[in-house]
Ligand binder design. Structure first.
Ligand SMILES: Cc1cc2nc3c(=O)[nH]c(=O)nc-3n(C[C@H](O)[C@H](O)[C@H](O)COP(=O)(O)OP(=O)(O)OC[C@H]3O[C@@H](n4cnc5c(N)ncnc54)[C@H](O)[C@@H]3O)c2cc1C
Length: 422
């Protein structure tokens, strides 16, 4: 590549933001407002990321203080992008990233699109706002044949809502997270018969309002503590076996079979990691995203992450706000202010993860976390050894809902706990 560089167009910016979903657009807008030279890049043909395929409402209550559909949310942000000073490219993939070794934090990137060909970018800081990927059949290892008709729920959502294609007519959905629930309703509304939603946990993974509005209102059965244990079909899927779990053990002796031509998998999301891996960022094995500090800066100076590329968010509003906070971190970095990283947060009882991992003592920090349990009347406690330095009562917690709170950290390691009544 270096031999060809003389012929390649080269562009210089203060900051490159990769990913023009809610998080990336919010970060880029804040940076442009602060007078930074920004380039915003997305491989899709429009701005908005996953919002464009989420044509249902329920977005924007916190960020825009009104209820919007996904495309409406995207449209409001992309209108600001168009009227801002930033340079932006769609239909462009960033394929290679090189971090400088001189400690300045600068990054070189190669982006390619049909319209522009290859462009070499040089920027003083980089924001990864790449969104997430869906876990698929390989991740949950469902035994059986490998016929057509097995889709991730987000792919099916894209096919139905953006491409006008019908994935199938007799549908079983694995997983009761919000995407699975929303697709149960969507498939019903476009004329399919959703025969069941199968959930391995003893409780639904999605919001209660979605269980009511997407399943109960349409008479779709939800099997809790059940798992799909076999897929049948040669060319196209024909049926699945469903087995109950008792005391954590799959009871295949109690299995039953559901005929179907489509299986939708809604079995979790993981941050998009490919570019983070290329840069060798330290990755949190629990969130799947890079470890960051209170500036949202990763283990490499000048490289930042936000939105679903950092940890999977339940609401777009939080992804967008995080993009803005990340932009403030980038501005601090460009102004020579670095986090002192004197404080660290670890997960304690009932806590799956805490973001950010590192911060500085005495500086108010917003922490995001996920619980491991469903419970009412919980006390969130931040402890340093045995001393409680922060506590807050929470009415209800569940793994699908992100918890956020602000605190002024102490020096050293702290643990965040969610203490239940039992
Ligand atoms: C299917 C689904 C349904 C949801 N439903 C709701 C809901 O009802 N209400 C709600 O509030 N929230 C909902 N959410 C959550 C919310 O929409 C998301 O958390 C939020 O939109 C994520 O924003 P993001 O910017 O982090 O990522 P994304 O929107 O995924 O944007 C990431 C962007 O990065 C681009 N990209 C990735 N790699 C590259 C590369 N190498 N080069 C160039 N570009 C790249 C992608 O094309 C994409 O546009 C839903 C999420 C999903 C996945």
């Amino acid at each position: 590549v270096s031999e060809q560089r003389a012929e390649i167009k080269s562009e210089k910016y203060d900051v490159m933001v990769i990913g023009a979903g809610a998080a990336g657009m919010a970060a880029a807008l804040k940076l442009a407002e602060a007078g930074k030279q920004v380039v915003l890049i997305d491989r899709d043909n429009e701005y908005g990321g996953v919002l464009n395929q989420c044509i249902h409402n329920g977005f924007g209550l916190h960020y825009f203080k009104r209820e919007l559909t996904g495309p409406e949310f995207a449209e409001r942000m992309s209108a600001k992008v168009h009227s801002s000073s930033m340079r932006s490219y769609v239909n462009m993939s960033i394929t290679d990233l090189i971090h400088s070794t001189d400690g300045s934090g600068s990054v070189e990137a190669y982006g390619i699109s049909e319209e522009t060909g290859l462009i070499h970018f040089y920027c003083k800081a980089l924001v990864l706002a790449l969104g997430c990927r869906e876990r698929n059949r390989g991740n949950i290892a469902i035994p059986g044949s490998r016929p057509a008709g097995v889709f991730t729920a987000g792919l099916a959502q894209r096919l139905v809502n953006l491409e006008g294609l019908m994935p199938g007519k007799e549908v079983v959905i694995v997983g009761s997270g919000d995407i699975g629930l929303i697709m149960a309703r969507r498939m019903t509304l476009v004329g399919a018969r959703v025969k069941a939603v199968i959930e391995i946990m003893p409780y639904p993974s999605g919001l209660t309002r979605n269980v009511v509005q997407c399943l109960k209102d349409y008479g779709i059965p939800l099997y809790l503590s059940h798992s799909v244990t076999k897929i049948y079909g040669k060319n196209r899927i024909e049926a699945v076996d469903v087995s109950p779990l008792e005391d954590g053990i799959i009871r295949e002796d109690k299995k039953f079979t559901i005929d179907c031509d489509t299986l939708l998998l809604s079995v979790g999301l993981v941050p998009e990691q490919e570019l983070a891996k290329q840069l060798n960022l330290d990755i949190d094995t629990v969130t799947g995203g890079p470890y960051v500090d209170d500036l949202y800066m990763s283990s490499l100076p000048g490289v930042f992450a936000c939105g679903n590329a950092l940890h999977v968010h339940d609401l777009v509003d939080w992804a967008a706000s995080e993009g803005e906070s990340c932009a403030i971190g980038v501005i601090d970095f460009l102004n020579g202010k670095l986090s002192k990283r004197t404080s660290r947060f670890d997960s304690g009882k009932n806590v799956r993860y805490v973001v950010p991992k590192h911060t500085q003592e005495g500086k108010e920090t917003l922490l995001s976390l996920r619980s491991l349990v469903v419970a009412n009347d919980v006390v969130l406690k931040v402890k340093q050894k045995d001393e409680v330095i922060f506590s807050k009562k929470l009415k209800h917690i569940q793994p699908s809902e992100m918890i956020q709170f602000k605190l002024i950290p102490a020096k050293g390691a702290m643990e965040v706990h969610l203490e239940t009544a039992d």
